[in-house]
Design a protein around this ligand. Structure first.
Ligand code: PEP
Ligand code: MG
Length: 586
């Protein structure tokens, strides 16, 4: 346990709302989870043999790296790998692992993990800087040993006996896509921001998350429990009885509020003076579409298709995609569905396609840029979407458009896909509506030109904020600058909504601010009437939407117009919310 099992509270960024408490599951980045199961006494010898084999493989790998480093950087730099090899050769390590397996009867991966973790914790608390650095070496070796033990078919979270809180330095969308979410009580990471895709996915499945908690994994030790407060962005290691009691009360209060919101789910979604607000759902999977429907959405405003690729870790065929989109359309139960074409890149990396690592992935070879350069992948997807349009109300949307030419080329691909299907006599909706995301500053500036090419816009504020303010959306060092309340963002939104009206193009907003109730009256006041948010957030949005008038929303937007500071705007939105809601949820 951490020093004397002491309570340590650490502050990060609220990722996904909710509070949960439980044992820690240390997720080792790189798709390695540490399985735990009992082995019989007679199997212990073969478990130890497996350990010896993994030491031998690890040693060969480290020697290979050592030689490369020596060749490229010199002997001095290669020296650190000698230290790694010394650790592997340490007899004490083997003896301790042998003792652990005899004592606990657990599988070898667990024993290696626990013993190396104990060594790590010991070195990490020493005064001597040189010895402290050995803690990092141990961590490295331990990961490598475990990876070699577990092999390429890394054991999934399905191996977890009891549900736990996943703690990791970082978490990629492909990590999240392959988790068994029923075994995960919550997520806490050292890095990441509110709109990292892993966090968006956690939010969609109702898993509480806190991200950007600097130094969290360093402070954890074996046997620790952790409480995460995804509302406030707090992670508490080894919470005391009184902390747990306090949070127990918070949990009860939250449940009461949830019931209150849910009670109005079937009431008309409109402002007090009758402006109809259209609440759509964002989804990554057909399960999330079902959750959107249960929470009263009138359609799916954003179906992110990347999940289908990431969870398989490969490019699915046209038929495989068709099956997935069919499930989605069935889940939507006759309601319209907007399917977005592939937005790989940024933080959504598909290891299996072996792309070059990019210096600036969010500004790089992403989304529509990738699809336009990979015609067969793009056409497979377009045909799959078109085929499913014969079975329901389907729209198609292109991500990360930054200019008219790109949009026109994407539409040409769509035309080709239609022609290919027609030639084979396959039916589809020839009048399928086509839209594009407005999520780059250039798209905002020329949205009048883009409007001539599409039927609808969907504003992606997650990216728009990062590009407009030049703040990487997943970098927690600069998370304080990632500010959707920035006047530049609000002015851009106003411009998009005005142009959409002028050009008679439908507009939706599907970035994460759509699910933040505080923003709702501002968006309505700026001229929007359709938002698309994670299903489980809809009841609160609908409840709040019924507690102000259009006129009040418009005067709120007017009041905010001259405000220069994001903090001022944030307070103004919070006051407006509290004024209408706080008495009801006391
Ligand atoms: C956005 O950028 O706001 C958006 C909805 O798309 P994504 O989060 O998938 O980039
Ligand atoms: Mg985006």
């Amino acid at each position: 346990m951490s020093q004397l099992n002491k309570e340590i509270a650490l502050y990060g960024i609220p990722g996904s709302p909710g509070v949960s408490h439980g044992p820690v599951f240390r997720f080792l980045h790189g798709d390695v989870e540490v399985p735990q199961y009992q082995v019989s006494e007679s199997e212990q010898e073969s478990e130890l043999e497996r350990f010896k084999d993994s030491v031998a493989i690890t040693r060969t790998q480290i020697e290979g790296i050592r030689n490369e480093v020596a060749k490229n950087l010199g002997e001095k730099e290669a020296g650190i790998f000698d230290a790694h090899i010394l650790v592997l050769e340490d007899k004490a390590l083997f003896v301790d692992i042998e003792k652990e397996i005899k004592k606990t009867g657990d599988n070898i991966e667990q024993c290696v993990y626990r013993v190396t973790q104990r060594y790590h914790d010991y070195f990490n608390q020493l005064e001597d800087e040189y010895l402290r650095e050995r803690a990092a070496d141990l961590k490295d070796i331990s990961k490598r040993l475990l990876r070699n033990l577990i092999g390429e078919t890394a054991a999934g979270t399905a191996f977890l006996g009891e549900p736990r809180i996943l703690v990791s330095e970082d978490l990629s969308p492909s990590d999240t896509a392959s988790l068994d979410r029923s075994k995960i009580l919550g997520i806490a990471t050292d890095t990441g921001g509110r709109t990292s895709h892993a966090v968006i996915m956690a939010r969609a499945s109702g898993v509480p998350a806190v991200v950007g908690v600097r130094g969290l994994t360093e402070k954890l030790a074996e046997g620790d429990t952790i409480l995460i407060d995804g509302f406030e962005g707090i992670a508490i290691i080894n919470p005391s009885e009184s902390t747990l009691f306090r949070y127990g009360k918070v949990g009860l209060q939250r449940n009461k509020i949830k019931d209150l919101f849910a009670g109005e789910i079937s009431l008309p979604p409109e402002t007090q003076d009758g402006l109809k607000i259209h609440f759509l759902a964002n989804a990554d999977t057909s399960e999330e579409v079902k959750s959107g429907i249960e929470n009263g959405c009138v359609g799916v405003g954003l179906f992110r298709t990347e999940s289908i690729f990431l969870s398989r870790n490969q490019i699915p065929s046209e038929d495989q995609q068709f099956e997935e989109y069919q499930k989605l359309v069935m889940a939507a139960d006759g309601k319209p569905v907007t399917i977005r074409t592939l937005d790989l890149g940024g933080d959504k990396i598909l290891d299996s396609i072996g792309r070059e690592k990019e210096e600036n992935p969010f500004m790089g070879f992403r989304a529509i840029r990738y699809c336009l350069r990979n015609p067969s992948i793009f056409l497979d997807q377009l045909r799959a979407i078109l085929r499913v349009s014969a079975f329901g109300s389907v729209k198609i949307m292109f991500p990360m458009i930054s200019g008219v030419e790109e949009l026109v080329r994407a539409k040409e691909f769509l035309f080709t896909a239609k022609r290919q299907l027609s030639e084979k006599g396959v039916s589809f909706d020839n009048e399928i509506k086509v839209g594009c995301m407005i999520e780059t500053p250039s798209a905002v500036t020329i949205c009048d030109m883009l409007a001539d090419e599409v039927d609808f816009f969907s504003v992606g504020t997650n990216d728009l904020v990062q590009y407009l303010l030049a703040v990487d959306r997943i970098n927690n060092e600069i998370a304080y600058l990632y500010e959707p309340h920035h006047p530049a963002v609000i002015r851009s939104l106003k411009h998009i909504f005005d142009v959409s009206k002028e050009k008679n193009v439908e507009v939706t907003l599907c970035g994460e601010i759509a699910g933040d109730p505080h923003f709702l009256p501002l968006l309505i006041g700026l001229g929007l009437d359709t938002v698309s948010a994670t299903g489980i957030l809809l009841p609160e949005l609908k409840f709040y939407g019924r507690r102000f008038t259009l006129q009040e929303a418009q005067s709120l937007a007017e009041r905010i117009k001259p405000m220069k500071r994001p903090s001022e705007i944030k307070v103004c939105l919070k006051d407006f919310y509290d004024d209408r809601i706080s008495d009801l949820i006391k």
